[in-house]
Ligand binder design. Structure first.
Ligand SMILES: Cc1cc2nc3c(=O)[nH]c(=O)nc-3n(C[C@H](O)[C@H](O)[C@H](O)COP(=O)(O)OP(=O)(O)OC[C@H]3O[C@@H](n4cnc5c(N)ncnc54)[C@H](O)[C@@H]3O)c2cc1C
Length: 580
């Protein structure tokens, strides 16, 4: 059989807890579920290979949000994230993360993942955020995946690589019953019955098109095509604040972080074309991105990361992290371009849009136990709604999800699903393979993502969004009637394209619903330019009701950590004021 030839096959397996996505949150969720009940079966399903998948596949250069005793308190952190997220936060989940994450750091340390320590052996935390100190460098961060994988093998987690989940199965009472997946090399379908399911499929990172034009040159891991968001939506789960887009300040054409988090503590800063600072703080927030955007609009761009004023030894130290861990291609890119940080600043730009709670707040709605609104269904990491979560949030909330999901599985039997649902999904999945001729998935994907850039990239204009919706509906028609897949690989791309179009529709719908501006550039609506706390100090929840996309408001839960009036808008004051 030739590789990627399509095989017609269907099999069914069952397990107690099914974890989908083996990037960051997923391995931790699987591990904690298994530790909770070692006799139970835990399956970790991954589209790629758990050894090298997800946002941390090549390692990571630091923890962005470590709450370490002596440096920060859970109360302080909860306050910071609440303010950074314009107040729209259910603090319980953030507070729980802040209380638990130190234990997880110690656990990761015991797995062999080393964190920066000072001469006393204490963690050496750096200040990047506006108020508190939370960034913990990881000088040997490239080992993170290997260390995790060892733990999974030791715990006897059943790992299914190269299976792409496509839809969740639910019972007539709405409970989750399992998932349907497709082998990415053979197209064989695997149905997995499960008592509880944890979604850890990362951000929706292939939504906008990078300005470089490379379809896979996204900021996010390009395999994160928003399948998790689409699956949660089709299963009836609520998704929160999808209009709070992820937009990042990145290296122009390379599209990776310029990395003020690494270089900032050494004295590097974000500068305009005049070499002047214009933002107080390099921490990624919507307000910071708005100042970045304003600087470009004002004609003072391009914007740069400036390090050339630093001592050569310091630059060398920065390079040893930035060119080795997280995105090892960065050094090659700069070399190819002939950029030497000693003499030249690094040109930055504004990224394509995506959904990601890890960096902003758009995700499947979860409570402080990582429970979604569908019984038995959990979500953790970049695709769950806990804001500004990052890698340590994925680990910590993955752990919370794993433990709670196993408790759920211990107390429930398998839910029944309708066999007709499997047949229907099989037809949907295989449809592009049944056509003789048509449009290949990469063309449909390119068209949809170009429309995302043309119409949905902020500033958000109502008229543009409405036109965007119409154009996307036309793409959907082409996709549903004319898309072809000639081998299993193309079928994977065809399925991803369907997730991308679903996410584009959700991005447009959610953005039109919130009639105000909030979160800086993330949700800047020109027709409603002001923040409107009276009407919109709330979450928005998007879900599928009777087959239709709907949005509703949801109250922000009472704060656990109070925020004083004069602290509420600290993140709005990002711009450096001219001093006489
Ligand atoms: C370039 C970059 C730099 C970053 N730098 C930092 C940093 O320095 N510090 C920090 O704290 N955080 C950083 N982050 C954020 C952090 O990496 C993420 O928040 C975290 O890794 C997210 O974990 P996750 O488990 O949600 O997603 P991921 O780790 O991305 O895992 C998602 C997994 O799901 C799989 N998957 C997707 N769809 C399917 C499907 N249909 N079926 C099966 N599997 C599927 C994917 O293949 C992937 O393995 C960075 C992120 C990026 C992209």
């Amino acid at each position: 059989m030739a590789m990627d030839e399509i095989v017609d096959g269907l099999s069914e397996v069952s397990c107690d807890v099914l974890v989908i996505g083996g990037g960051t949150a997923g391995p931790m969720a699987a591990l904690k579920a298994k530790l909770r009940n070692p006799k139970a079966n835990v399956v970790l399903l991954e589209k790629a290979n758990v050894k090298r998948s997800g946002a941390i596949s090549m390692g990571m250069d630091g923890l962005n949000n470590a709450v370490i005793p002596g440096y920060a308190t859970p109360e302080q952190y909860t306050k910071e994230i609440t303010i950074a997220n314009d107040g729209i936060v259910d603090q319980k989940a953030v507070y729980k993360y802040a209380q638990n994450c130190y234990k997880i750091i110690e656990e990761l340390d015991s797995f062999g993942i080393r964190f920066l320590k000072n001469e006393n052996g204490d963690y050496a935390v750096k200040k990047v955020h506006h108020i508190g100190t939370y960034v913990l460098p990881m000088p040997n961060g490239e080992t993170v995946k290997k260390a995790l994988y060892r733990q999974l093998r030791r715990a006897r987690i059943l790992i299914s690589n190269r299976y792409m989940a496509t839809r969740l199965l639910t019972a007539s009472d709405g409970r989750v019953a399992g998932a349907i997946s497709v082998n990415t090399r053979t197209a064989e379908i695997l149905v997995i019955k499960a008592k509880a399911v944890i979604l850890c499929m990362g951000a929706a990172g292939r939504l906008g098109l990078p300005t470089s034009g490379y379809m896979f040159g996204t900021y996010e891991n390009a395999a994160n095509s928003g399948d998790g968001y689409a699956m949660a939506y089709h299963a009836g789960a609520a998704l929160a604040n999808l209009e709070c887009f992820q937009i990042n300040p990145l290296i122009k054409d390379y599209n990776g972080p310029a990395c003020a988090y690494v270089a900032g503590p050494f004295g590097a800063f974000t500068a305009n074309n005049e070499g002047s600072r214009f933002i107080e703080c390099d921490y990624w927030s919507g307000q910071m991105m708005l100042e970045f955007y304003n600087e470009l609009q004002s004609g003072k761009g391009p914007v740069f990361l400036q390090l050339k004023h630093l001592h050569p030894n310091t630059i060398e130290e920065i390079e040893s992290t930035l060119h080795k861990v997280e995105r090892p291609t960065r050094g090659l890119f700069q070399k190819g371009r002939g950029t030497d940080y000693r003499t030249e600043s690094i040109e930055m730009h504004i990224s394509e849009i995506g959904f990601c709670s890890g960096h902003s707040a758009s995700g499947v709605f979860v409570d402080d136990f990582a429970r979604t609104t569908v019984p038995g269904l959990y979500a953790a990491g970049d695709m769950a709604s806990v804001p500004h979560n990052y890698m340590l949030g994925a680990f910590t909330n993955g752990a919370v999800a794993g433990t709670d999901a196993m408790e759920f599985a211990d107390n429930h039997d398998f839910a029944d699903f309708d066999a007709a649902d499997v047949a229907k999904e099989r037809d949907r999945v295989m449809a592009p393979t049944k056509r003789e001729d048509g449009i290949p998935p990469n063309q449909i994907e390119y068209k949809a993502r170009r429309l995302v850039n043309d119409y949905l990239q902020p500033p958000k204009v109502t008229r543009k969004f409405e036109l965007g919706q119409r154009r996307l509906a036309e793409v959907r028609d082409d996709m549903e009637q004319h898309m072809i897949a000639r081998n299993s690989h193309e079928l994977l791309r065809a399925l991803e394209t369907q997730s991308i179009v679903d996410c584009a529709d959700m991005a447009a719908h959610a953005s039109l619903y919130r009639e105000e501006s909030r979160w800086g550039l993330y949700h800047l609506r020109t027709d409603f330019p002001e923040k409107d706390n009276e009407n919109w100090f709330c979450h928005t929840l998007l879900s599928k009701r009777d087959g239709k996309m709907t949005s509703e408001k949801r109250e922000v839960q009472p704060y656990v950590v109070p925020i004083a009036d004069d602290e509420k808008d600290l993140y709005d004051k990002q711009r450096i004021r001219a001093t006489a």
